[in-house]
Design a protein around this ligand. Structure first.
Ligand SMILES: Cc1ncc(COP(=O)(O)O)c(C=O)c1O
Length: 358
């Protein structure tokens, strides 16, 4: 968070999300003057050696964090992640392919709608439970060429484990990427917008198995994963500042102790807030315990009339961004990588205090 905004102590917004103070300070300094360049980073050429150093560091740190095998390419593309609901279909599959898409909630339904415009789609499971995830078996994916799912449904706070599938997996990891260790090998493609766990808005990162980079897609070159990989994601002028902020965040994650440490903090934060909800009849969370997200903790108040005072008093206490998504209402605390455990403690203290006084 900004060092100058002393009144907003913690930002629980779903993204763009809170960033570490030291990352914001370094990014702000680079806007004023980026020493290797001699002027603002906003004027830095994407074809300069200085930018090359930034992109190499970002990719190197991402590869180290994920222990990424050489047969995977990393693409740093302009945002948003949502564009890839159509692009993954056009880049990876061919007409005649049968695609499976898991329905786990709001974002997966956006992905299903896009895929349906382009290919034959099977939606799994047939009757999704909005409060729990589906236990898919490899038999459910028989005859499919790809299975797509959303690992974390940001709106409802539902987390899906890696499905058991007999076909290659594609995953929208936008709201839980780099929040803990993850084996990339079951996937041919993972993609994530940077604005939640590893940067600011404007960038989407793709990790894609190289043998899936098809040249013959018929797509405009800027939309082709193969062209972007071949040109080092410089086919068009990339969002260099968002890329730079992600480079800072990837280095920060590495320096903090990597993905194991991110997972330890994520668990600690989520445990604090869910324990507070479960210990009270004043707050409620509808998601089945095994499916609860560590990134987005949604809750309602027993008396909906108290929601506005809750949000107003939270803001006065310096806790911002707690309003739930307009589609489902209620409250949502997004607890991404840059949220300190103290941010979850502050929220819990406020929630207990609000309940006592209500
Ligand atoms: C899981 C998930 N996927 C996709 C998106 C869309 O991301 P973007 O706005 O970068 O297109 C979001 C945004 O919140 C999200 O939470």
């Amino acid at each position: 968070m900004s060092t100058e905004d002393a009144s907003a102590r913690y930002n629980y917004a779903p993204g763009p999300a809170q960033l570490p103070t030291e990352v914001v300070a370094e990014a702000a300094q680079a806007v004023r003057s980026f020493p290797p360049h001699g002027r603002s980073i906003l004027e830095l050429s994407h074809r300069s050696t200085d930018f090359n150093a930034i992109s190499e560091q970002a990719e190197g740190d991402l590869r180290t964090l994920l222990a990424l095998p050489d047969d995977y390419a990393v693409l740093f593309l302009n945002g948003g992640a949502r564009v890839h609901y159509a692009l993954w279909v056009q880049n990876l599959s061919t007409p005649g392919d049968r695609l499976g898409l898991v329905d786990s909630g709001f974002w997966s339904r956006q992905a299903i709608a896009e895929a349906r415009k382009l290919r034959d789609v099977r939606v799994l499971p047939e009757s999704p439970d909005p409060a729990d995830y589906a236990d898919l078996s490899p038999a459910d994916t028989d005859g499919l060429d790809f299975l797509h799912y959303v690992s974390n449904e940001t709106l409802t706070g539902l987390s899906m484990p890696t499905p058991q599938a007999a076909c290659p997996l594609v995953c929208d990891r936008t709201s839980d990427f780099l929040s803990g260790p993850s084996d990339i090998r079951p996937y041919v493609l993972c993609y994530a917008g940077s604005q939640k766990n590893f940067g600011t808005a404007g960038l989407t990162v793709l990790v894609i198995r190289r043998d899936c980079l098809r040249e013959e897609t018929g797509l405009a070159p800027g939309l082709s994963y193969a062209v972007q990989a071949r040109t080092g994601c410089l086919y068009h002028t990339p969002p260099i500042y968002a890329w730079y902020v992600s480079a800072l965040m990837l280095r920060w994650i590495r320096d903090q102790g990597g993905l194991e440490e991110m997972e330890r903090r994520a668990q600690a934060r989520a445990d604090l807030v869910y324990s507070c909800i479960d210990a009270s009849s004043f707050y409620a969370n509808p998601i089945a315990p095994r499916a609860r997200s560590r990134m987005n903790v949604c809750f309602t108040l027993a008396d909906p009339e108290l929601e506005i005072p809750f949000l107003q008093q939270a803001e006065t206490a310096g806790l911002i961004g707690l309003r739930g998504h307009k589609v489902i209402g209620g409250m949502r605390a997004s607890l991404y990588n840059a949220m300190p455990v103290a941010g979850a403690e502050a929220l819990v203290e406020f929630m207990r205090d609000f309940e006592r006084k209500a």
